[in-house]
Design a protein around this ligand. Structure first.
Ligand code: CA
Length: 250
């Protein structure tokens, strides 16, 4: 039963009360057939300010994904009657990609971990665990998923205004017609304005990875972008080249 033993899985990251995740009222669904285990998890999470829903079977848990708001996080036991945790994980992933899933198991069997992660779980914790460790692991998973989902807030730089939701960029109120890759490049530079970004860093923002030849391709994108947004593309003031390092906005 959870509650009294130190965790046996990987060390959780240290957390402070300045964690931005604390400011949101996050909804956690606990899927576990043992009532005492559910209670122990609920108590630990409620104390930390999470809103908690419970389900005692996989079938019951899936109903919550047809409702609004659907859970931000699922604590999913593998050993369940009926649909097991792996099957539930797969079904949740087919409905929602952005829900964080943390699987619980009674066995320290590495094949469980591999199966869970392959089916789309974000992390895995072995019973018995300390409730404090569970909370730390949830926050770590949420931070990682927040980093995967860039903010949808608009971006502004000088005369430029980027509407991240519609992926449109405007200069002095006029649409500058950027392609999706040009938009991603400009958004990355404005998000990090004042910081020099290497071609590798920018390549990851634009293509999601660094590929052979991407540095040269990136230079081509920067040229096209300057033609669209700079007053004088041969003397750029918005996207400046930092020789030997990369590019900087501002
Ligand atoms: Ca169980």
């Amino acid at each position: 039963m959870p509650g009294s033993f130190p965790g046996r899985s990987a060390e959780p990251q240290a957390l402070t009360s300045a964690d931005p995740m604390l400011e949101r009222d996050l909804l956690v669904l606990v899927v576990e057939d043992e009532p005492l285990a559910r209670l122990s998890i609920r108590t630990a999470l409620t104390r930390e300010g999470f809103s908690v829903l419970e389900a005692e079977s996989g079938e019951e848990s899936l109903v919550h994904f047809d409702r609004v708001p659907s859970p931000d996080v699922v604590i999913l036991d593998i050993g369940l009657p009926g649909l097991d945790g792996f099957q539930v994980c797969q079904r949740i992933r087919s409905k929602r990609e952005d829900t964080a899933i943390l699987m619980l198991t009674a066995r320290a069997d590495p094949s469980d971990k591999i199966t869970g992660l392959t089916l789309g779980a974000d992390d895995y914790i072995v019973k018995p665990f300390n409730p404090g460790e569970l909370v730390a692991r949830i926050r770590a998973v949420l931070r990682r998923s927040a980093q995967r989902t860039p903010s949808l807030e608009p971006l502004d730089f000088g005369e430029l205004h980027l509407d991240v939701q519609t992926q449109k960029a405007f200069k002095g109120g006029v649409d500058v017609n950027l392609s999706p890759r040009e938009f991603a490049l400009l958004a990355a530079l404005i998000r990090h304005s004042g910081q020099v970004m290497s071609r590798d860093q920018l390549g990851r923002e634009v293509w999601g990875e660094t590929r052979n030849g991407s540095a040269r391709a990136l230079d081509v994108f920067v040229c096209k972008l300057r033609d669209k947004i700079e007053d004088d593309p041969s003397n750029p003031t918005c996207i400046r080249t930092v020789r030997g390092m990369g590019y900087v906005c501002g």
